[in-house]
Design a protein around this ligand. Structure first.
Ligand SMILES: Nc1ncnc2c1ncn2[C@@H]1O[C@H](COP(=O)(O)OP(=O)(O)OP(=O)(O)O)[C@@H](O)[C@H]1O
Length: 233
């Protein structure tokens, strides 16, 4: 459990839906090493997003252990969870989740303001601008999300996810809402950042070509997770 950036042992997640108790994640044991890219594939509803939510500390496992950067999450309160999250994790969502009333720069700066309590605002803005520049949006700092294309919005999402230099990037179908060409550009950017910064990544995708670019591929099926071998294309 020690030299992983993320690891789980016998992790379970039960959720209630009406009167039903659903067993969403079943006895999941896996780990992600620093700098490693792990793809998770599997059918819709199998539990991939639920796994990401647990790894992000946004959903609590109902059994087993979950560790992030050597800290076991199970016993932490919400404030402690938030600290582990902001110190270690960047999250990239399919629907971008940008704040519509904030410019690209403000969206990225906000993530850093939350993550770095004592940093002067001028430094935060400079770092946010640099992150946006690194994803090719140096000329779009003052645009609102509504004035950006889908691909550009996702690049703002990427800048926001990486600006705090997380050890672990959690990406949930990051290109699911983009056309093929825009998606390919976004994925290249995502991988080049992850590889250059040696950021570990848990990448949920339906795209097998994308999964092949990962170091390892896991398949989620009805809440169970297993490593699979990809047949070369
Ligand atoms: N808050 C919740 N309460 C109850 N059940 C939930 C909740 N969130 C998800 N589920 C159920 O958990 C199961 C797994 O959902 P999850 O979103 O993790 O699947 P997924 O593999 O990410 O699917 P997709 O590929 O369609 O995004 C589904 O049956 C879903 O209905």
């Amino acid at each position: 459990m020690t030299n992983s950036i993320a690891d789980t042992a016998g992790m379970n997640l039960h959720l209630t839906s009406g009167k039903a108790q659903l067993h969403i994640l079943k006895d999941i044991t896996f780990d992600i090493k620093p700098g490693e890219v792990v793809a998770v594939v599997g059918p819709s509803g199998s539990g991939k997003t639920s796994l990401l939510m647990v790894m992000a500390g946004l959903e609590r496992a109902t059994g087993g252990k979950v560790g992030i950067a050597g800290t076991v999450l199970d016993q932490l309160n919400e404030d402690q969870l938030a600290i582990v999250r902001r110190k270690n994790i960047g999250i990239l969502f399919q629907n971008f989740h940008l704040i519509p009333s904030m410019t690209a720069l403000e969206n990225v700066a906000l993530a850093l303001e939350i993550a770095a309590d004592d940093t002067p605002i001028a430094d935060i803005k400079a770092q946010a601008a640099a992150a946006l520049k690194s994803v090719g949006l140096g000329a779009r700092l003052d645009h609102l999300p509504s004035a950006l294309s889908g691909g550009e919005q996702q690049r703002v999402g990427l800048a926001r996810a990486i600006v705090g230099q997380p050890k672990l990037l959690l990406a949930d179908e990051p290109t699911g809402n983009l056309d093929q060409e825009t998606a390919a550009t976004a994925i290249d950017l995502l991988f080049s950042h992850a590889r250059a910064d040696k950021t570990a990544m848990l990448l949920i995708t339906h795209d097998m070509a994308l999964a092949r670019r990962a170091d390892r591929v896991m398949r989620m099926d009805h809440g169970t997770l297993q490593e699979i071998t990809m047949v070369p294309s």
